[in-house]
Design a protein around this ligand. Structure first.
Ligand SMILES: CCCCCCCCCC(=O)SCCNC(=O)CCNC(=O)[C@H](O)C(C)(C)COP(=O)(O)OP(=O)(O)OC[C@H]1O[C@@H](n2cnc3c(N)ncnc32)[C@H](O)[C@@H]1OP(=O)(O)O
Length: 230
């Protein structure tokens, strides 16, 4: 194959991948709308039954070709950090708010708004949801520092309840690195009052030894390489 033919082929593959990622995001948006409406609806009982039937019908074709536990989604790029179904940040996930994270120097900054589907105490977020957001924030900061690891400890302090339907600002940063252990801290605040801490967390992350990475993720990485080669 000539260079230009190869270039055209790669370009076509990229276009296909981009279109698939856009479609996954679109489906994610639709699912999140559904989840939020389902948590908030006061529609008549018969409408709930009709909706349940229509949703089952819509889900059926998606279930005809599915991946197994160790297969990466074909649209993901684990090495580049593209994880479309991450339950906190994934654009394709029905469960994700989704939380959007970027870095400003050593500081990781996140933004999201939690809908009624995330309710714990009336009108406020479930405490486990706050812990999930902070685990992701801290993990991102740890990865961004160049020392990615898995959470081995997450301490959360709940100072004030986190309001739903209110833009939130989250921040995180690495505070210490000792051998394989990285410590990070983070907070959740209302975006309009970023100085007032609602929830704070400190996490300890441990870098995997090569044999641990092979034991835990070897099958998934092997399948990802196979599917890329094919
Ligand atoms: C950009 C990408 C963004 C991605 C964000 C993702 C965020 C989400 C991250 C997660 O949620 S990860 C999923 C939840 N975590 C897990 O499932 C991890 C489960 N734990 C394990 O599988 C093992 O603990 C692990 C393989 C990580 C480590 O096992 P080891 O047997 O190597 O640990 P070891 O007991 O030797 O401890 C290593 C170090 O950590 C320390 N350590 C372990 N547990 C600890 C703990 N609980 N608190 C404090 N330190 C702890 C331990 O003292 C030791 O310190 P030293 O090296 O200084 O001796």
């Amino acid at each position: 194959m000539s260079d230009s033919e190869n270039g055209r082929r790669l370009h076509a593959v990229d276009d296909g991948l981009l279109r698939r990622r856009a479609a996954i995001s679109d489906l994610g948006d639709a699912l999140r709308l559904l989840v939020e409406h389902a948590a908030a609806t006061e529609a008549p009982t018969e409408e709930l039954r009709r909706a349940a039937e229509r949703i089952r019908q819509a889900a059926a074709p998606l279930g005809e070709r599915v991946r197994g536990r160790h297969d990466s989604p074909t649209a993901d790029d684990m090495l580049a950090g593209v994880r479309l179904y991450n339950p906190v940040t994934g654009a394709g996930s029905a469960l994700a708010p989704p939380l959007e994270i970027h870095s400003d120097g050593d500081l990781s900054i996140g933004a999201c708004t939690l809908g009624l589907a995330f309710e714990g105490p009336p009108s406020f977020a479930h405490g486990g949801v706050s812990a999930m957001l902070l685990d992701q924030m801290l993990g991102y900061a740890v990865g961004h520092s160049g020392n990615p690891g898995m959470t081995v400890r997450l301490d959360t302090g709940y100072r004030k309840p986190v309001p739903l339907l209110t833009p939130l600002r989250l921040t995180a940063q690495v505070t210490g690195i000792e051998g394989r252990r990285v410590t990070a801290t983070g907070i959740i605040a209302v975006a309009a009052e970023p100085g007032e801490i609602l929830v704070e967390a400190t996490g300890v992350f441990v870098a995997l030894r090569a044999e641990q990475a092979r034991r835990l993720f070897g099958q998934a990485i092997g399948r990802m390489r196979q599917s890329r080669a094919g």
